[in-house]
Design a protein around this ligand. Structure first.
Ligand code: C2O
Ligand code: CU
Length: 484
């Protein structure tokens, strides 16, 4: 039983319709259009979900993860969202450079979708890659409302035998508290003792009521605010893992997505090395390691050369106790135990610092027209996270002009890491030599560090940039990039 592999062959909810009328976009960029339309339905509903033992009452798109939607670069995607939740919702298409009015930000790019109503998302997907989607209302993401969007590259040879979509999550529902209640308790628990440059990362508040964690990561500094009872791989706890199957010697492309709200994961496959080929959808110069670090909202594609046996794919909660697991099986052999810790997890861990863009994804070196500082802070009282000293800083957006090369200096003045995400664009992470490097839409800014990113302002609109820790974002660590 269980969800099994989210297979490459397309989700049952996705079907193709051709030919189609051209998209009439208000602000749609000039883009490649294939003339194909992919349609899909999403219904956000309350319901019971079996995590492979624990059965939880939660909100989902029917399953956890939700359906995988597949399209090709240049396709028009038409997705009808129906809201069966008791509260308003939206869907945000994380990482897609889409038209602004389809971006799913409530009260900024669209009216929130009221209960018992629906909304049609209709946009072109310009770039191939691994993406995901989730509501942009409150901490609904942490209920389990997410799914993967794969955009295939028609020009890609596909030099692999299998493709596995592997989604990581931290899970609070089923503990008697909803994510909203957890957020409320975080706010109530932190009335004192926090400085803008310290404290928050070490609070160890244990939002689920479970404390006693170390709450630090050697790579990131702080590890998160919440000790989750479960960590999931493709919606399953480690005691009832999904099985990913192949044959010895085959090559597999693994699309890894961190859909968690408060947890970075270190991912490894026992007995295997990983060759990282794509970061946030865009190709990189392939680099080999033993494990990879993935912040919330980040995706990587890795290649595996399958060995002979049954191997644990482990997603270890970085700086926390606990892990998620799937089983990679190519022949007989016992199922790895849920606590197994492959030695690869402590080998060479790939991070953004190891990545350089493959030629087609490289941003040309160019003059920076405008620089904005984006200072990430925590306030002295309450559970508040700020950008440039303010929460929800939409009234004073980061102004840009169409066509500019814009530099953002993401300065972390806290003891917690923040995976910073930008809507509607990808940016180049500026390397040590000051050159635009790997292309991403979400980048980890470790405690007390600065990460500089450059972007080309070519997609007009109002675009959020925020911490992809769902609780930090909802506590104010959000601002807007605004075209004039
Ligand atoms: Cu996946 Cu604004 O976020
Ligand atoms: Cu954050």
């Amino acid at each position: 039983a269980g969800l099994g592999v989210l297979a490459a062959c397309g989700a049952p909810t996705t079907r193709l319709v051709t030919p189609t009328a051209p998209v009439v976009g208000v602000v749609e960029r000039a883009r490649l259009h294939t003339g194909r339309t992919v349609t899909s339905q999403l219904s956000a509903t309350p319901g019971r979900v079996d995590l492979g033992g624990p059965v939880v009452d939660t909100w989902s798109f029917g399953t956890v993860p939700g359906p995988t939607i597949r399209a090709r670069a240049g396709d028009r995607l038409v997705v009808d969202l129906s809201n069966g939740l008791p509260t308003p919702t939206t869907v945000h298409w994380h990482g897609i450079a889409l038209r602004n009015d389809m971006d799913g930000v409530p009260d900024m790019t669209q009216a929130p979708v009221a209960p018992n109503t629906s909304f049609r998302y209709d946009f072109t997907v310009p770039d191939p890659g691994t993406y995901f989607f989730h509501p942009h209302v409150g901490v609904q993401l942490d209920r389990g409302l997410y799914g993967v969007l794969v955009v295939d590259d028609p020009a890609e040879p596909g030099a692999y035998d299998h493709e596995w979509v592997v989604v990581l999550d931290d899970w609070i529902d089923g503990t008697g508290r909803t994510p909203d209640q957890v957020l409320a308790s975080l706010r109530a628990a932190t009335g004192s003792g926090m400085g803008a440059t310290g404290g928050m990362g070490g609070m160890g508040m244990g939002g689920g009521g479970m404390g006693g964690e170390s709450m630090t990561s050697p790579l990131l500094g702080g590890a998160g605010d919440i000790a989750y009872p479960y960590y999931l791989v493709n919606g399953r706890v480690p005691a009832a893992p999904v099985t990913l199957t192949g044959r010895p010697g085959q090559r597999v492309r693994v699309r890894l997505v961190n859909a968690a709200s408060d947890t970075a994961f270190r991912v490894a496959v026992g007995g295997h090395q990983l060759s990282l080929t794509h970061a946030d959808g865009f190709p990189v110069v392939p680099v080999t390691g033993d494990a990879v670090l993935l912040g919330m909202g980040e995706r990587v594609d890795v290649m595996l050369n399958l060995g002979d046996g049954a191997f644990p794919l482990v997603a270890s909660a970085e700086g926390k106790q606990g892990q998620g697991m799937a089983v990679v099986r190519t022949s007989t052999g016992p199922v790895p135990t849920p606590q197994v810790r492959p030695e690869e997890l402590d080998g060479r861990v790939l991070t953004v610092a190891d990545l350089t863009p493959a030629e087609p994804a490289a941003m040309p070196v160019g003059r920076v027209d405008r620089t904005h500082d984006v200072v990430l802070g925590g306030s002295m009282s309450g559970y508040e996270w700020t950008i440039n000293g303010r929460t929800f800083d939409h009234e004073r957006p980061l102004d840009v002009r169409q066509g500019e090369r814009v530099r953002l200096r993401l300065k972390n003045a806290t003891m917690m890491f923040h995976p910073m995400h930008l809507h509607g664009h990808t940016f180049a992470v500026v390397d040590a030599a000051g050159r635009p490097g790997v292309r991403k839409d979400t980048v980890i800014v470790a405690q007390m560090r600065t990460v500089t990113v450059d972007l080309d302002a070519t997609n007009p609109g109002q675009w959020m940039t925020h911490c992809h820790n769902a609780y930090h974002g909802e506590a104010g660590m959000m601002t807007t990039l605004s075209y004039r």
